[in-house]
Design a protein around this ligand. Structure first.
Ligand code: MN3
Length: 202
């Protein structure tokens, strides 16, 4: 059994004007598809064949760059598509809102910390909101296609929200204006999905 590129739950142009259709088309149909194909090639015939992507990444040999880059790329983009929605934006409610207030003081302060992590990740990478098993939240960033479930990454827990800050994620629409893209992302975050991820992992 091999990994499959997930379908988007919305049309390529559904996140406009915040994320443009052409970027979505290339990002999902070319970049994510490429990671998926190369992940399957890296897994084929190895002892990881048949495992879930979480199992593969949790026990990853970090010196295996094909699996690290493409397994990470596969997992990270699956989460990314899932936490965005044309009906997104606003603020979380319930348990997630409480956990955000506890960890950061307020939603606005969380947004600042997350945006800062995304803006200051040098070069390509991701910003994350992660939850530990005790429900404690943490923001961090990782380079390239690394993510917090890989061994020894240094920021803990399970990612429940991720933002891709590779230039391929924003350059067509925002050019070098990464902060504008980060600000726009908050208009499409599906907090119901992030809440579900929070509950499933805490
Ligand atoms: Mn990407």
């Amino acid at each position: 059994m091999s990994f499959e590129l997930p379908q988007l739950n919305y049309a390529h142009d559904a996140l406009e004007p915040h994320i443009d259709a052409k970027t979505m088309e290339i990002h999902h149909g070319k970049h994510h598809a490429g990671y998926t194909t190369k992940l399957n090639a890296a897994i084929s015939g190895s002892s990881d064949e048949g495992k879930s992507i979480n199992e593969v990444l949790e026990k990853l040999d970090m010196s295996n760059s094909a699996l690290r880059n493409n397994g990470g790329g596969y997992f990270n983009h699956c989460l990314f598509w899932e936490v965005m929605s044309p009906n997104g934006g606003g603020q979380p409610e319930g348990g997630l809102a409480e956990a955000i207030n506890k960890a950061f003081g307020s939603f606005d302060e969380f947004k600042n910390v997350f945006s800062q992590a995304a803006a200051t990740q040098f070069g390509s990478g991701w910003a994350w909101l992660c939850v530990h098993s005790d429900g404690k939240l943490e923001v961090c960033s990782t380079p390239n296609q690394d993510n917090p479930i890989m061994p020894g990454i240094g920021c803990g827990g399970v990612p429940i929200l991720g933002l891709d800050v590779w230039e391929h994620a924003y350059y067509l629409n925002y050019q070098n204006r990464r902060p504008d893209y980060i600000e726009a992302f908050f208009n499409v975050v599906d907090w119901d999905m992030v809440q579900a991820n929070f509950e499933a992992n805490s």
